[in-house]
Design a protein around this ligand. Sequence first.
Ligand code: GCW
Length: 730
Amino acid sequence: MSGIERPMTIDNREMKISFILFFIFILVLNKSSNADDGYRLWLKYDKIADAEVLNSYKKLITSQIVIGESATSQIIKNELSLAFQGLFGETVPERNTLNENALIIACHSDLPPGILGQTRRQVSELNDEGFLIKTVCIKKNSLIVITAKTHAGLLYGVFKFVSLLQTYQDITRLNFVSSPKIQIRVLNHWDNLDRTIERGYAGFSLWDWQKLPDYIHPYYIDYARANASIGINGTVLNNVNANAHILTPLYLKKVAALADVFRPYGIKVYLSIRFSAPIDIGGLKVSDPQDKDVQNWWKDKAREIYDLIPDFGGFLVKANSEGQPGPGDYGRTHADGANMLADALKPYGGVVMWRAFVYDANNKEDRAKQAYNEFKPLDGKFSDNVLVQVKNGPVDFQPREPFHPLFGATPKTPLMMEFQITQEYLGFSTHLVYLGTLFEEVLDSDTYARGDGSTVARVIDGSLFGNKISGIAGVANTGTDRNWTGHIFAQANWFAFGRLAWDHDLSTEDIATEWIQLSLSHNKEVVSAIKNMMLSSRENTVNYMTPLGLHHIMGWDHHYGPAPWIKDKQRDDWTSVYYHRADKQGIGFDRTESGSDEIGQYAKSVRERFASLDSCPDEYLLWFHHLDWNYKMRSGRILWDELCYRYYDGAKKVSEMKDDWKNFQGRIDAEIFNHVQQMLPIQEKEAIWWRNACVLYFQTFSGFPIPEDLEKPDKTLEYYQDLSFPFAPK
Ligand code: GCW
């Protein structure tokens, strides 16, 4: 094909117009035949298409009883009626008799005696949010019982049960027990009070602060439903780069209105606070945690909050990090700051989630070492209602990082995991990247803190060190986009986060399968093909962005696209050259003993594995080692060639994914198909951009040619360096 555009003649213009009209017609047609814009997420409840399955369900559920009068009971009734109406195409009558095949939903203490006995043992093993779904026989009738100790547990059970129906599972003999392994399972919204979202790529903030508290937008309710359906039990409403105004009476009333909506869904509200709030909105001169007036200010503030929101969850704090105020401004430690807030919240049962994402502009130490250096000595110094929230890796949500060395290093301090669901470093919401595999990789990593099997998951669920509180946070990818997350497949990342937060032993592959069945198709072939696409998507992205352990080489400030050439900024650790350290001889960050010795922060077995070139996995090679361009890799290639092949392979896989997607036309909803169909070419273009820009740039150091069999970039390095994106979202 020649690149020369033909001038548009009347003929081909008319053709183009009729094509566009046809396309619009198809869309309209689809709309009227229930086209899917993604709003319903994984809670679609479309009529069960398999007649056999549908009939078996109808026989097993001829009536339903929901015992209880709470707001949550009402929500359960509504959800079931929505689900039955949709999935069965008709309602299931509510009856107060057990003389037929009924579905019965009740807290354990409210169950009729015959059922009580058959469920007692299993229920006694549940924690407060857990549930049991069990088929029991009473007078020859088979009853499906959903029970729990609390109403929140019941709601989780109901959502689980509905998902069984949605995914066409056999429900003849159910015996399903489940309790969440982690207590605090929260989304962190980096939402500002002006409704912009830091690192948000799906529209504006869901919280319409201006109209709150009076106007309750329907999507607050759907947001709560979605979260409850995957077990998320908390939401931090505002950005960690916090504005102190969130704590003023004006805003607290708005927060309380949201808390009222979320409460019956088992979701607590938390707030990010600005450490200098006593100065910013309190009229004090300092925010020193040792100052009595400051301490009292926070105590009064806590009382004011709990008067409005009796079950308020607590505070999330970013302090002395990236310009935020903190206790360090007064020569105090992070523990001093956290404990002051913890004291204020303690009488009401609130917690402090204190972030470990700290690194100092004036500290010349490897950025990857700084959080550990700061927090390890504080182990044992935090109050018992403080959790330290640690990002999954030691730098910053890169496409791949080894697990953070703090995991396993603080036996006396409960550590919360912080994952990023929003794709700041993973192609924004235009790239199809399933993050379940990233989450799983980190959670399954072995810290060896107490020998074999001391996984990161066991650190954060509290079981490794016997911590009393446990938590996990995901930086949300939601916004006002009609489909919530910008990219339909980004919904799967929200979903996977919730599922793994509930049970980190679930397989990310099963989670993908479930999400596809709930959201896209029941057809086995389609499910398996899309699942394979999802499962390899993150590795491909690592390859076209930051293969072999490279990291932090993205565009300046907005973080859009590649820019490994970034240097000479106000902070070294905000440049790319600081991280890749490419020179004529080689590339990579030496974090071994001969370099920054960040490797020394890991337990012995981990340290030895990463330190030795024989055992360090290729995935982390340039994270820990600076190697010659002609270093011989396991593959037999030299490092330079391997780097090129990885970049090219990552980009090629995106093209393949784009081609494969065409197979789903007519097999999944047309609107969803078209949406992804338009996204994949953008991802392909950007993958090639990453590949070309990085290979051309690193070539200026290696001096080696791009391997013969790889197509040469069609643009120059200067072309890529000159690109600018003044309004890219930040
Ligand atoms: O990844 C960086 C982001 C900042 C963010 C910061 C943090 C909220 O670029 O936008 O600030 O991390 O996690 O605090």
